[in-house]
Design a protein around this ligand. Structure first.
Ligand code: PMP
Length: 362
């Protein structure tokens, strides 16, 4: 039987989506073929691609003047594509550094041009996000870059900083589709699929259409937004099965009451889990309360009892909850409670935490 999966990504998928894919696996809609076997130039795949794009647009409220692209190379390739396409020499790229993923983006951006750290909470182990008055923007930047949710450190912008007329680029890999956002606030949004959108292998990029032509034409074609935009993500063979799965996940979100419904469920799950952590005598949450992520819940055992963290991971695994080990770079415990994590999964985890605590005396 299936277990509760708290991995950070690839992560839990909605069971109904897996069942639908299973049903359609051998013969997709009387085509006599699996989606994996369809030509990416076929009318069948065209309808799958269009469906996924239309669902992204309707579920997220993406205005017509944005392109919706399905790319490859993971979210990490965007760390390079963004500066290659949007950097304007003489105008630094402004990055709000809030953890490992923004740091990795900075490394790649510096290979392309001048990068400016608008703020960093590194000195505080990234346990909080900077406030608006800590943001030291450049006078004239190519763009401002942030991560909406920090998967490893467990922080999430409750509301986004004001960047005035600057172009705003957001890595939403770990909280896309989990809460209502105004797409108009952003100029480019990207996300690896493997947390809230589907299987790994597809990266969703939502970009204001007038920006796709900004980059030079002498960079590799496959790295140009203009090429993918012109070819409607069919410049080369796209990850067809991933795009199909993305469409099914978006159908499922639609059936859950859309993002509004999703957000209400996510709020309930996160409140329940943080409440259990805060009431515990054994566990604690190290992240500043106002920046706590509703997707990646970081918690630790008090007084640096690392051995008890390891013991808890083992205990929970035996109880049917996997993926609770914190990221290898920070340790501790992490429960990723993405859209597809059911409330009963969170309740099962809380039950394990309570039982483990009553067993342990420190
Ligand atoms: N950004 C964030 C916020 C992430 O959590 C991750 C992956 N966990 C990445 C970027 C990198 O994604 P990928 O592995 O798809 O390159």
């Amino acid at each position: 039987s299936r277990i509760f999966n708290f991995n950070a990504g690839p992560a839990v998928m909605p069971e109904a989506v897996l069942e639908k894919a299973q049903k359609e696996m051998l013969n997709w809609r009387h085509s006599g073929q699996s989606v994996m076997e369809l030509s990416h130039r076929s009318s069948e795949f065209e309808s799958i691609r269009n469906h996924a794009e239309n669902r992204v647009r309707s579920v997220m409220g993406v205005p017509d003047h944005y392109d919706v692209l399905f790319l490859q190379g993971g979210a990490s390739l965007q760390f390079s594509m963004i500066p290659m396409n949007l950097y304007q020499p003489g105008k630094p790229m402004d990055v709000i550094n809030t953890g490992s993923w923004t740091q990795k983006a900075i490394v790649e951006m510096k290979k392309i041009g001048k990068c400016h750290e608008v703020a960093s909470t590194k000195k505080e182990n990234f346990m909080r996000l900077p406030s608006q008055d800590e943001l030291n923007f450049s006078k004239d930047s190519s763009f401002v870059y942030l991560a909406s949710n920090n998967t490893i450190f467990g922080t999430q912008w409750p509301e986004f900083p004001i960047v005035k007329d600057n172009i705003l680029v957001a890595d939403m890999s770990s909280d896309i589709l989990s809460r209502v956002i105004d797409v108009n606030q952003f100029d480019l949004i990207f996300a690896g699929a493997q947390k809230n959108i589907g299987p790994s292998g597809v990266t969703l990029v939502i970009i204001r259409h007038d920006l796709v032509d900004r980059g030079p034409e002498n960079i590799p074609s496959v790295l140009q937004y203009r090429v993918h935009s012109k070819n409607r993500s069919l410049y080369n063979t796209p990850p067809t099965f991933g795009i199909y799965m993305m469409g099914l996940v978006l159908d499922w979100i639609h059936d859950q009451g859309g993002i509004i419904g999703m957000e209400a469920k996510n709020n309930e799950k996160a409140a329940l889990l943080y409440d259990a952590i805060d009431k515990s005598d054994l566990f604690y949450g190290p992240v500043h309360h106002k920046n706590r992520s509703k997707m990646n819940v970081i918690f630790r055992v008090k007084d640096n009892h690392v051995e008890l963290e390891e013991a808890f991971v083992k205990y929970a695994t035996e109880a049917g909850q996997c993926g609770l080990k914190g990221h290898r770079s920070v340790g501790g415990l992490r429960a990723s409670i993405y859209n597809a994590q059911p409330l009963v999964g969170v309740k099962a985890l809380i039950d394990s935490m309570k039982k483990f605590e009553s067993k342990i005396r420190i």
